[in-house]
Design a protein around this ligand. Sequence first.
Ligand code: HEC
Length: 164
Amino acid sequence: MSGGGGRRATPRGPAGLPALRAALVGAGALLQAGATAAEQPQVHYMLHCQGCHLADGSGASGAVPSLRDQIGRFVTVPGGREYLVRVPGSAQSSLSDAELAAVLTWMIRAFGPAEIAATLEPFSSEEVARHRNPPLAEVDSVRRELLGRIEAGPGAPPGAPESP
Ligand code: HEC
């Protein structure tokens, strides 16, 4: 009996857990401090999205696409705004339509590209409600198609909402 071995009480979680925990503590502190309306979307991002997308939007290579200098490009092509609402991480979150609209708007402003964020028409709760159901099932093919449109060049003017 040399001690040591059998008494480790701390469960070993996945490697990302400490970071996630730190993020949640940060979000909790913001909430306790009484997050202002402007901070609210960031708090929701921290609580509902950041676990996969990370604080800086960089995601996880091969598993979660980076949002950095990318998420805003979707709004420049037809179907892109709808895609951002319908992708399962968005559509199936527990956020209300208004909260999700604010988080998506915040994400584009936070992660860019800056020139698209600058002229972005904010998402509205009506727009989210219109597209949210049903969530996208065939994510990969729709995403590939949109990336192809983005690659092909400017379509709709940046940030312009689509007609219903
Ligand atoms: C469980 C992990 C996970 C969580 C939590 C998550 N997402 Fe995602 N998200 C993904 C993955 C994986 C993709 C890539 C598309 C797919 O396979 O669904 C993605 C894609 C996206 C995209 C499109 C980006 C692109 O390049 O295609 C948006 C927008 C998005 N998520 C928003 C959100 C929002 C908003 C939240 C929080 C309310 C959120 N996600 C929470 C995993 C997650």
